[in-house]
Design a protein around this ligand. Structure first.
Ligand code: SF4
Length: 318
């Protein structure tokens, strides 16, 4: 696993290629039997047919006894919404919108300098954030009090930060291009697929998994807006296996990108880069199978000795 400090929306492949190569040299190759396209073998085929899981149900291993699965899948008790949940939705929506907006403004205004792209992106900032808040019903969940105001400030800071990254990337690309044409410049600036949908059913996963970002057709990227947790790595493993089973493209790398907006409006991005080797693949499949076993048994597995307060079901179980 490697760490890298980059904005994953407007990064350049060369910047992370070195770390990817280092990871491969440390961890080696991947066994053919653990590639997603071999989903019909004993290791990868799901133990129950007709039940399909979200990658987050498997990967978000807050609960060591899998009681979260029992609550959601057997008792049909949804996890309560918290400020963190709403924040996650809003950050994700802003990340998606800024990529779309940067693209559409370039089509609209042509190959303008980065500073002008930045200005055009900022003009729409308030309307765009208003529409995201409406779309996600922030008023209903958070009301109009301090939490909503705080989230609005964070959303604005994140939007401005990403707009600046897009503008800087445009200038970098333009400075290296002798005969720029719009299409190729845009594809270089926005080199990731945002919210790429893949079908994971062969592996017992949902048919419409949404990968936050898919870069260079070989790296899956998961955006996180909360604290760093070791189990987040399982999300990129799940998506990598799903891409392999659906598209038959090898995916050897995953990046978990942590976005934080601090009180002083500074945005911090920290990326954990993983080589999705045999060990991680086996771990993911073991966790997946335990989720299926919990559903098959259908009985309350009980609580662990200690429930982490950050568990999404903490308010339900305690
Ligand atoms: S609160 Fe405890 S028992 Fe309930 S799902 Fe979370 S970790 Fe499991």
């Amino acid at each position: 696993m490697g760490n890298v400090l980059l904005c994953m929306f407007f990064f350049e492949m060369l910047e992370i290629d070195k770390i990817l190569r280092q990871l491969r040299s440390i961890y080696g190759s991947i066994s053919e039997e653990l590639r997603g396209w071999n989903w019909s073998n004993d290791i990868l085929s799901p133990p129950i047919e007709g039940v399909y899981l979200g990658v987050s149900e498997i990967a978000n291993r807050y609960c060591p006894t899998y009681r979260d699965i029992y609550l959601r899948r057997i008792l049909c008790t949804p996890a309560p919404y918290s400020y963190k949940t709403i924040k996650g939705w809003i950050y994700h929506a802003i990340c998606k919108k800024i990529v779309e907006k940067a693209k559409s403004n370039l089509y609209k205004y042509g190959l303008i300098p980065g500073s002008e792209l930045y200005s055009t992106l900022l003009i729409d900032k308030h309307n765009l954030i208003d529409s995201i808040f409406k779309e996600y019903n922030v008023l209903r969940y958070l009301g109009t009090g301090q939490e909503a105001e705080k989230l609005r400030r964070e959303a604005e800071s994140l939007y401005s930060f990403l707009a600046l990254q897009a503008a800087a990337k445009l200038d970098r690309v333009l400075s290296k291009t002798t005969k720029p044409d719009l299409e190729s410049i845009i594809s270089k600036i926005v080199s990731v697929d945002v919210e790429r949908i893949v079908n994971g059913q062969f592996l017992g996963l949902s048919s419409d998994l949404r990968i936050d970002m898919f870069a260079d057709r070989r790296i899956v990227i998961e955006i996180k807006t909360g604290d760093t947790r070791d189990f987040h790595k399982y999300a990129v493993v799940g998506y990598a296996l799903a891409v392999e089973s659906d598209l038959e493209i090898p995916v050897d790398y995953g990046i978990v990108s942590y976005i934080h907006v601090h009180e002083n409006s500074h945005v911090k991005i920290r990326n954990k880069v993983y080589f999705i080797g045999d060990e991680l693949r086996r771990e993911f499949v073991e966790v997946r199978d335990e989720v299926f076993n919990t559903i098959r048994r259908g009985v309350d597995p009980g609580k662990p000795q200690h429930c982490p307060e950050y568990c999404i079901y903490y308010g339900v179980c305690s």
